[in-house]
Design a protein around this ligand. Structure first.
Ligand SMILES: Nc1nc2c(c(=O)[nH]1)N[C@H]1C(S)=C(S)[C@@H](COP(=O)(O)OP(=O)(O)OC[C@H]3O[C@@H](n4cnc5c(=O)[nH]c(N)nc54)[C@H](O)[C@@H]3O)O[C@H]1N2
Ligand SMILES: Nc1nc2c(c(=O)[nH]1)N[C@H]1C(S)=C(S)[C@@H](COP(=O)(O)OP(=O)(O)OC[C@H]3O[C@@H](n4cnc5c(=O)[nH]c(N)nc54)[C@H](O)[C@@H]3O)O[C@H]1N2
Ligand code: SF4
Ligand SMILES: [Mo]
Length: 763
């Protein structure tokens, strides 16, 4: 019988369980894994082609060092890490830790390494962590901090069981992001008692399945959501009981919505008043209403306010803390920090950046400011950047600025599986083993009430000289002299009697950290070196890099003991976490870690009174002062929504263009009337020009977009094997300062552009 190797898809935050059939180093077949506790066998068309990731000809096989003439020379690991450690220490000694920034740290599926890369920040004494979440979701995290009391309180949506769903600025048919998206959408469409509303400037694949489609003018969602809330409040459709029992400050909030000029706001958003009224009534009166949003309201005007309004929609209607509504959820890996700027008032200073004076949100700094912090901050500038699991030159706003800034650095190091556009500019490039060649996991455990975790076992040996990130960071930290060696702790790990499980080891480990608190930030590497090699799963494997999950499981089981027990994990107060850890390392298809009761959602609210604090003064001010911003002009008459999710794009994870069955060019979608006015047909090329730069794109007339709007896909522009750009490198068009002033989130979905025919350009 052919052997099926369980793992997960690494292409989007759902991380569906997969089974892989292999032959040597080739992938023969990929299927959904029915044993995965969340996806239960579901996959989409993108996952089946993971061989293009695993066996891409531009995989890195050896550490590379850039030479004076710009070419790369392959070097050994020892030389690479010795030299990088020396450079880092020199930069820290001369300029202080704040001259260092970390960029990236975990894409869609490689989250195990995050525990190790954080240690490098600690070793450098830097707090500057720049991450892609800081160009989409930090505004949302800030709002969560205000409403629920901690920026790490993250919301989820139970679309699967909802009667009335609002999809605003998201396209789950293509982008997923919800439970088994296409199946869930089909179920709602086929059920006459359930309603699906899509709010989007484009009639997306999801919109085609919807009961109601509202084709909003781009960038005006704050008006439309205010109008819906206006109708709900003005018609008295809110859930008064929920508001009085579960929230504080709601009167002030309702007052603001009472004054919303509904009709005028509908006009601003270019939507029909009747439709808005009927959606408002339907949603408010539904038994189980739910809102799902994504980039369409996050990478555009008023994005932080949009995050607030989206949450007001379900909170004002009491669609929270029940099945089929929005909820909070737990996480095993602490991906989001809590860096509420109000802490500064209490004397706990948050680190603001040297040039923009920007604070972190949820511990994350926004990519948009990084080029300035490198190029313009004078003596206090960032001089060294470490990139891991990201390709900022292509994915962060203003590629030209990133190219210039990165080229000016004293030290740029990139860890990746492939020679990316960012790696190509680096002084050192370090080859990571792929996500199918090492122990990995996903930190996106976004489910409630049943939450799961998937620790994945390697399927292949590491390619050539590549190494898993835990090994790379641990070696580097050892070279820097910050992680010490503890042979006595390894002896305890080896000798501990089976019956006492990990207790003697944990006792010794806690004692070590109590005596040497300076070693605390390096716990992951210490556990990796001491406990790691002694771990054994039932199948006889050694998940060494997962050793740091043990203390996280202890903490998780302590906080959510009832839910962990309900999931069937056994143990005393002392050993429940150990039981959870053992379950995780012995579940190659993933495992349920907690089963909450809906009422327990209130324990996840961080506010001391366990209530939701609805009145956020900054947001209420923003609502009172909401005004129209016209982004287009005579010079730039079109709105480009830059970064659409389509059938064959998957961030920058697939680099070989052959993986795409269709849409090889990454078509510019343009309304047929606009195409006719420009005199272009399908397949013609146009120059797309913004105030920041230009790209060439191939046209596909498409009546799903609003007139005056055009779209380009995300995930193109790679110079595969050093060749020409594959499709539009669209972040040449996004300017660094075309962003929300507060969160610095780029307005990728609202770029004013002009479209020029090639002839026009030549003339
Ligand atoms: N196929 C595929 N799936 C992916 C990814 C991928 O690269 N490819 N990437 C993953 C990642 S990292 C993410 S973050 C998610 C993103 O997932 P989504 O946010 O769902 O994907 P997008 O297509 O970027 O944008 C969603 C929708 O926003 C709409 N939109 C644009 N402007 C506006 C506006 O002003 N108002 C409203 N209401 N809508 C607007 C667009 O027309 C689009 O349909 O997808 C994930 N899934
Ligand atoms: N204009 C515009 N720009 C956008 C967007 C948009 O809609 N419009 N979307 C934005 C969004 S939502 C996101 S999330 C970002 C995504 O952009 P990035 O954060 O840059 O992430 P990815 O594109 O996922 O790239 C991940 C990198 O990790 C590498 N990699 C894969 N596996 C491993 C591994 O095991 N180890 C290591 N070390 N590396 C690995 C891949 O080769 C790739 O280079 O793009 C953003 N950029
Ligand atoms: S891309 Fe997302 S939805 Fe599709 S198989 Fe992978 S994880 Fe699942
Ligand atoms: Mo994303």
């Amino acid at each position: 019988m052919t052997q099926l190797h369980p793992t997960a898809c690494i292409l989007c935050s759902r991380n569906c369980g997969l089974t892989v059939e292999k032959e040597g180093r080739d992938i023969r077949r990929i299927k959904g894994d029915p044993a995965h506790p969340v996806s239960q066998g579901y996959i989409c068309q993108k996952a089946a082609r993971l061989d293009y990731y695993q066996n891409s000809p531009d995989r890195l096989t050896k550490p590379l060092k850039r030479q004076r003439d710009g070419t790369f020379k392959a070097i050994g690991w020892d030389q690479a890490l010795t030299e990088i450690a020396a450079r880092l220490k020199e930069i820290k000694n001369k300029h202080g830790g704040d001259a260092f920034a970390f960029a990236g740290g975990g894409g869609q599926g490689n989250h195990l390494g995050g525990a190790y890369s954080r240690q490098l920040m600690a070793a450098m004494g830097s707090r500057y962590s720049y991450n892609s979440l800081g160009q989409e979701k930090t505004g949302d995290f800030w709002v969560n901090g205000r409403l629920f009391g901690n920026q790490g309180c993250h919301t989820t949506e139970d679309v699967e069981h909802s009667d009335y769903v609002l999809f605003i600025g998201c396209n789950p048919y293509q982008a997923h992001g919800i439970h088994n998206a296409r199946d869930t959408l089909k179920h709602i469409r086929n059920d006459p008692n359930r309603t699906m509303v899509v709010i989007d400037p484009r009639r997306t694949e999801t919109a085609e399945m919807a009961d109601v489609f509202i084709q909003i003018k781009p960038g005006t969602d704050a008006f439309l959501m205010s109008a819906i809330l206006g109708v709900i409040v003005q018609e008295g459709l809110m859930d008064e009981r929920f508001l009085t029992q579960r929230t504080v400050g709601y009167q002030e909030v309702l007052d603001v919505f009472r004054k919303v000029p509904v009709k005028a706001y509908c006009e601003t958003a270019d939507v029909s008043l009747d439709t808005v009224q009927s959606v408002a009534r339907g949603f408010a009166q539904a038994k189980r209403g739910c809102v799902r949003i994504d980039l369409g309201i996050q990478q555009t005007l008023n994005c932080t306010l949009n995050g607030y309004l989206e949450k007001m929609l379900y909170l004002v209607c009491g669609h929270f803390g029940k099945q089929g509504t929005n909820n909070l959820h737990t996480m095993l890996l602490p991906i989001l920090g809590n860096t509420d700027e109000r802490k500064q008032i209490k004397g706990k200073k948050l680190k603001r950046t040297a040039y923009h004076g920007m604070m972190p949100i949820a511990g994350i700094y926004p990519p948009n400011i990084l080029p300035d912090e490198i190029l313009k901050a004078g003596e206090n500038r960032i001089r060294a950047v470490f990139v891991d699991s990201a390709n900022p030159v292509l994915t962060w706003a203003n590629s030209q600025a990133f190219e210039a800034a990165f080229q000016s650095l004293d030290l740029l190091v990139t860890i990746d599986v492939a020679l990316t556009e960012t790696a190509a500019l680096s002084h050192y490039v370090l080859p990571a083993s792929s996500q199918l060649e090492k122990w990995e996991c996903t930190g996106f455990n976004l489910e409630f009430p049943v939450n799961a975790f998937h620790l994945r076992k390697p399927i292949f040996e590491p390619l050539a000289d590549s190494l898993p990130e835990p090994e790379i960071y641990t070696r580097l930290l050892e070279k820097m002299g910050v992680v010490e060696s503890y042979p006595w702790l390894t002896r305890i790990a080896k000798l501990q009697p089976k019956a006492s499980r990990y207790l003697p080891f944990l006792g010794a480990f806690v004692g070590l950290l109590a005596r040497n608190p300076k070693q605390f930030p390096f716990a992951a590497s210490i556990l990796y070196r001491t406990l790691g090699p002694t771990l054994k799963t039932a199948e006889g494997d050694t998940p060494d890099a997962a050793a740091f999950l043990l203390p996280l499981c202890m903490d998780y089981a302590r906080r959510y003991d009832k839910a962990v027990r309900r999931a069937g994990v056994k143990g005393s107060k002392l050993t429940l976490g150990i039981g959870l850890f053992e379950r995780l390392i012995n579940s190659p298809s993933g495992a349920v870690m907690s089963r909450h009761d809906y009422d327990e959602v209130w324990q996840l609210v961080a506010n001391r009174d366990q209530k939701i604090h609805l009145a956020v003064p900054e947001m209420l001010d923003a609502l009172r002062n909401l005004s129209i911003t016209e982004s287009t002009s005579q010079a730039y008459p079109f709105t480009l929504m830059a970064g659409e999710r389509r059938t064959y794009n998957a961030n920058q994870i697939y680099r070989n263009p052959e993986w795409r069955k269709v849409d090889k060019h990454g078509f510019l979608r343009l309304h047929p009337d606009d195409a006719a006015k420009l005199g272009v047909l399908k397949g013609d090329s146009l120059i797309v020009k913004s105030a920041n730069g230009e790209v060439q794109a191939v046209v596909e007339p498409d009546d799903t977009v609003r007139p005056g709007v055009c779209t380009l896909p995300h995930g193109y522009g790679q110079r595969f094997l050093g060749g020409a750009e594959q499709g539009p490198a669209l972040n040449r068009l996004s300017a660094s300062d075309w962003c929300e002033p507060f969160s610095k989130t780029p307005y990728h979905k609202l770029i004013p552009v002009r479209l020029e025919t090639i002839k026009e350009v030549a003339a």
